[in-house]
Design a protein around this ligand. Structure first.
Ligand code: ADP
Ligand code: MG
Length: 643
């Protein structure tokens, strides 16, 4: 019996972690063993090609990774015909954690919370101890006659002893743990479960992963069987290749049909509607990666909920290392699904390190550029498709844009993103972009106008809009909560100021009108002051305006908070209790409306004036789409006029 050797100190700690792991994704052990097998085959194949350029008779087809289950013995065996290991290599490769890519991981395991990384990123060979209480590795190295058996039952250590093995390669036999009350290990002895795991994590390993799969089929009926005879069923096993080997994204674009893409999309992302757009990108050079991106037709059901996680599936050389890797996708494009495969990323990289990985950052930047270009061409060439996409994702785009701008206090411009926004407008049936709006601006119009409200129909009827639409100036209708906040921080597009219709005024008035207005205000000074007093606590100002045409009054604001913003802010969860952010209301009375004469006529009668002022203020609120402040008071005021 050979002498038991100790694992190197750090390995032992790692092993302890594995053995007692409470991690739920124990299944990743299989991915780790398979990718080691694949690496070993790569090495052998490469060496063979190096030796004589022909591979010494070896071709890709000479290799395989085999899985075998023995339920009675509770063993799962992973066999490869790769480069193999000799005694020294078995000892150092499997006895020392520093050998493996797990080194980086080791530095983080001091913290128990980091155990989570195990599942996401794997820790190599030792992951097998999550599911096995005994591991035997038999290996014969290429070019050597002797074979060796490495054996371990866990943290106590391991032995290495000679053994018999006819072929070059490695056999790893796991004795799967017994089920406990908390944990089921039997699943790793089920062929279908293994197939599932191979599909999930190792589908694009370049060598076939094979196993005997059970099936059942009807027995052929004897010739003389009666017409209505039911066939008997028999069980059989069939050797199957479990992985599809070549990833779709590594194939040549012209070899891939649309159905291939759609089928892949359907399977990978469980979306039965074909994607609106497919982006298949490969970059060679100093960053090597392939990306296959899909713009879905509809957002997933939980898209606008907290549960939704954005991200692309990240593969390293065909091995899935992370689902929903969020660092690969900017927030504005969180609706995009897809995969990225890069050649030079370690399987064992941790979440933290991934975030700082320069290679990954550059891939992410590339992807963002590609997506922008794709959306732009969709917008310019296939407007209807674009509109369909926008309906699902536009809101997210606006929030993301707002977040970028507000984080930089409006210093950072993101006009490329703003160009993707669509709005309804008072002037047309179909949605309009900023560029289209600007292109349609008539002579004399300087600003991009907008108004907030419930709907385009309601906005169209706002008193403030009347003179603008009369001039043929288009008004963008803002109907989402985020819109006005976004517009305030965007400030301008292509040098054109974004202007709320409530702020329009001067540009609508001729010089004469301006002078007339000034003198009207002067004349009505006492009246306006009296109205303001009557509306004490409700409005900050009462003034005259000429920007209304037929309407008697409208409600404007001064300062940074508009009525719409006040409404949105107050409806935010958690807004109760917080000091209310109020819009400073300004009641504007139409200087050319008979109501002004009426008010002037009764201004000596303080009670009546107060009632009139209150009525006008409430009317203005109603027109803006807000409830009156005191419905009973309002109704009484009307009644007193009627009787
Ligand atoms: P990593 O794969 O990141 O190096 P692992 O813990 O998975 O770390 O494996 C440790 C080392 O053991 C590998 O680097 C390799 O040298 C060796 N090894 C593991 N499995 C095999 C195998 N099936 N054939 C040959 N060598 C192997
Ligand atoms: Mg490995």
């Amino acid at each position: 019996m050979s002498q038991t050797k100790q694992f190197q100190a750090e390995s032992k700690r790692m092993l302890d972690l594995m053995i007692h792991s409470i991690y739920t994704h124990k299944e990743i052990f299989l991915r780790e063993l398979i990718s080691n097998a694949s690496d070993a085959i790569d090495k052998r194949y490469y060496q063979a090609l190096q030796a004589d350029g022909t591979g010494g008779g070896l071709t890709r087809e000479s290799f395989e990774i085999a899985l075998k289950i023995d339920k009675t013995a509770r063993t799962l065996t992973v066999t490869d015909n790769g480069c193999g290991m000799n005694a020294a290599e078995l000892e150092s490769n499997l006895g020392t954690i520093a050998r493996s890519g797990s080194l980086q991981f080791k530095q983080e395991i001091g913290n128990a919370e980091e155990i989570d990384v195990i599942g996401q990123f794997g820790v190599g060979f030792y992951a097998a101890f999550m599911v096995a209480d005994e591991i035997t590795v038999e290996s014969r190295k290429i070019g050597e006659e002797d074979a060796w058996r490495w054996h371990s039952e866990g943290a106590e250590g391991f032995t290495v002893a000679p053994c018999e093995k006819a072929d070059v390669g490695t056999v790893i036999r796991l004795r799967i743990k017994e089920n406990t009350e908390q944990e089921q290990y039997d699943e790793f002895l089920e062929p279908y479960r293994l197939r599932e795991l191979v599909k999930r994590y190792s589908d694009y390993i370049r060598y076939p992963i094979r196993a005997d799969m059970p099936g059942s089929r009807p027995k052929p009926l004897p010739e003389d069987a009666p017409e209505d005879a039911q066939p008997e069923w028999e069980t059989y096993t069939e050797r199957q290749t479990l992985n599809s080997m070549t990833p779709l994204w590594r194939k040549n674009k012209n070899e891939i049909t649309e159905e291939d893409y759609n089928g892949f999309y359907r399977e990978a992302f469980h979306d039965y509607e074909p994607p609106l757009r497919i982006v298949h990108a490969a970059t060679e050079g100093d960053i090597t990666y392939q990306a296959l991106l899909f713009l879905p037709a509809k957002p997933p059901a939980n898209y606008y909920s907290k549960e939704f996680e954005k991200g692309l599936t990240l593969y390293s050389n065909g091995v899935m290392i992370m689902e929903r890797c969020k660092d690969l996708l900017p927030d504005c494009f969180s609706f995009v699904r897809g995969i990225v495969d890069t050649q030079d990323l370690s399987l064992n990289i941790s979440r933290e390190m991934l975030q700082h990985d320069r290679q990954l950052k550059r891939i992410a930047a590339n992807i963002e550029k590609k997506l922008k270009a794709e959306l732009k061409s969709l917008l310019e060439e296939e407007r209807e498709k674009y509109h369909a996409l926008y309906k699902s994702f536009g809101l997210n785009l606006k929030y993301a844009l707002y977040a970028i701008l507000s984080q930089s206090y409006g210093m950072q411009r993101e006009d490329a993103l703003a160009a993707f926004l669509e709005f309804t407008s008072t002037a047309r049936e179909t949605p309009v972009t900023f560029a289209e709006y600007i292109a349609a601006m008539p002579e004399g119009q300087e600003y991009i106008y907008y108004a907030s409200g419930e709907s385009a129909a309601q906005i169209k009827r706002l008193p403030q809009c009347e003179r603008l639409t009369e001039k043929g100036w288009e008004i963008l209708c803002l109907t989402d909560d985020v819109d006005e906040f976004l517009f305030r921080i965007l400030r301008e597009i292509e040098g054109k100021e974004l202007r709320a219709v409530a702020d329009a005024g001067e540009e609508l008035e001729s010089e004469e009108e301006k002078t007339a207005l000034e003198s009207a205000k002067e004349n009505a000074k006492t009246l306006l002051a009296a109205c303001k007093e009557a509306l004490e606590g409700k409005v900050a100002e009462v003034t005259l305006t000429t920007r209304l045409k037929t309407h008697p009054v409208c409600l404007g604001t001064q300062g940074g908070v508009s009525l719409e913003m006040e409404r949105v802010l107050q409806s935010q969860p958690g807004a109760e209790g917080a000091p209310p952010l109020k819009a400073e209301r300004v009641l504007e009375i139409n200087a050319n409306h008979p109501i002004l004469q009426k008010l002037t006529a009764i201004q000596e009668d303080a009670d009546t004036l107060k009632r009139y002022a209150l009525l006008l203020y409430n009317q203005a609120l109603l027109i803006e789409g807000f409830p009156v402040e005191d419905a009973v008071e309002f109704s009484n005021a009307i009644c007193s006029l009627m009787v």
